[in-house]
Each structure stands twice: as structure tokens, then as C-alpha cells.
Design a binder for this molecule. Structure first.
Ligand code: ZN
Length: 256
């Protein structure tokens, strides 16, 4: 048995919902800094026992390697590569270049990027949320998301889904499956350098939180259209595994 086959697993693809051999899906794509990463992982239950603020402590769990899961079949994996990955890669590279050139203490950045295919980027971001969440979300709870990603030309997605963007610095990380947040509703959040994304369901006021950048208009664009976008984005910190918690280390220290 070849190594490639051994690395596959039997399961149900979260995008086409067919049962078969699933290959390892990198999210974000391997070409956007996801080859070998090093990140801290903290379960909510460990928050009271670990000194998670202090970088020097050795009792943090450190993970290394690409981030991803056996979530998609090879056909869907190839489909994403063909349709969406390049548009997302361009956005990630341009943004990382900008973050690396600003002051370390900046918490907001203003910049312009030309030639972005907004619909393909938007669909790729949604596909990452599909890959990182359990199968029943794409199958039963949020079927419109899979339909939207599966059809490259579809530029309609119900307004109950909202997608927000922020920026993070290298080595920050957050991966939170769909969960209910008090007063806000269903949220899933994913942050991997240089981006953080929040996907919300049935909540229209989330953008006020931490000045998240609302990607709402992007989902209506034409599949072939490239745009110049002016961004004003917050650079946020993601120390705790809590959705929408962007408190800085100095603030968190006061709670210890
Ligand atoms: Zn599939």
C-alpha cells in the first residue's frame, strides 16, 4: 500500500456528502504558510489550571505540523484547488507582506490590494469552515454553505450567514467549532496567520464587536471579476479559546 493511500481514511466528505476515501485537507491551504506551523493549544477546561499568559511556561501544549483534517474527498480537494485556492493565496501573501512591514504595536492597519477575486476568496473561507466543523453542520444544519461552495458561479447566500475578517500576527491561532454565544447566537471562528475569520448565523450586529471587517458584499461578486479593495482592519489577539475574545495579555493578567 502506498503512503498516499495509507494516509486516506474512510468517511463522509463534508462538501459533496458522499462516502468514500478522504484525503488530508489543509486548512488554510498548504501554500499559505500551512506546511509546518507551531502553535499553542488550550482547552477551555485548562484555563484555570495553566498559566497561559506566560510565554516562558513549558506546560503549554505545543503542536507542530500542518493544520487540517481528513474532511474532504480527493475530488472536492482538487475542486477547491482549481477554483478558489489561488485567489485566497494571493490575498494571504499580500496581507502578510503588509503586516510584516508595520509597527509591532499597531492595532489597526489601512492598506489597499489590487486584483482580488472577492467571490473566490469568500468561497474559500467558507470551505475552510466546512472542513473544520463536523459533518452534520454541512449536511443538516447549514446546507446552504455547502451548496454555495459547490457551485463556483453562485453569488447568492442568505443574509443570515455573515462572515467577518480581522488580522493576527504570526504564531497566533484560534480554531473554534460552531457554538452558541450568549446574546449573539451561533458562531464559528478560525484564526491562522495572517487572518482571523468569524462566521455567524442569524445575527446582524456582530460587526460592531472589535471593529471586525464585514465581508458581506463579497458574496455577491461575479466569479470573474477582480477588484481593488481598501481595507481598514483591526489586528487582534487570540490568547483564549473563547469566541470573540480579543483581550490583550496585559488585560488578561489583571484577572489572574
Ligand atoms: Zn467530496
Amino acid at each position: 500500500m502506498s503512503r498516499k493511500i495509507k494516509n486516506k481514511r474512510l468517511g463522509v466528505c463534508r462538501l459533496c456528502l458522499e462516502e468514500g476515501m478522504l484525503s488530508f485537507e489543509h486548512f488554510p491551504p498548504k501554500s499559505t504558510f500551512n506546511k509546518k506551523i507551531r502553535y499553542f493549544h488550550l482547552d477551555p477546561a485548562e484555563m484555570s489550571t495553566l498559566d497561559w499568559i506566560d510565554d516562558g511556561k513549558s506546560n503549554k501544549r505545543i503542536y507542530e505540523g500542518p493544520l487540517g483534517d481528513h474532511s474532504l474527498c480527493e475530488k472536492c480537494n482538487n475542486f477547491l484547488n482549481k477554483e478558489y485556492v489561488e485567489a485566497f493565496r494571493k490575498f494571504a501573501y499580500s496581507t502578510s507582506h503588509i503586516i510584516s512591514s508595520i509597527k509591532p504595536d499597531s492595532d489597526t492597519v489601512y492598506f489597499t490590494i489590487e486584483g482580488l477575486n472577492l467571490l473566490r476568496i469568500y468561497k474559500h473561507i467558507i470551505s475552510m469552515f466546512i472542513s473544520m466543523n463536523d459533518i452534520w453542520y454541512s449536511k443538516d444544519t447549514y446546507p446552504e454553505l455547502t451548496e454555495y461552495v459547490n457551485n463556483p458561479n453562485q453569488n447568492y447566500l442568505p443574509d443570515k450567514y455573515r462572515l467577518y475578517l480581522y488580522l493576527i500576527r504570526p504564531h497566533s491561532f484560534r480554531k473554534l467549532s460552531w457554538s452558541m454565544v450568549n446574546d449573539i447566537g451561533a458562531i464559528s471562528e478560525f484564526a491562522f496567520y495572517p487572518f482571523g475569520f468569524v462566521l455567524s448565523y442569524n445575527n446582524l450586529i456582530l460587526g460592531n464587536q472589535a471593529h471586525l471587517y464585514d465581508l458581506f458584499p463579497w458574496k455577491f461578486f461575479n466569479i470573474d471579476r477582480e477588484s481593488t479593495v481598501e481595507f481598514l482592519l483591526p489586528i487582534l489577539e487570540t490568547h483564549l479559546p473563547i469566541p470573540l475574545d480579543y483581550r490583550q495579555k496585559d488585560t488578561l493578567r489583571k484577572f489572574i
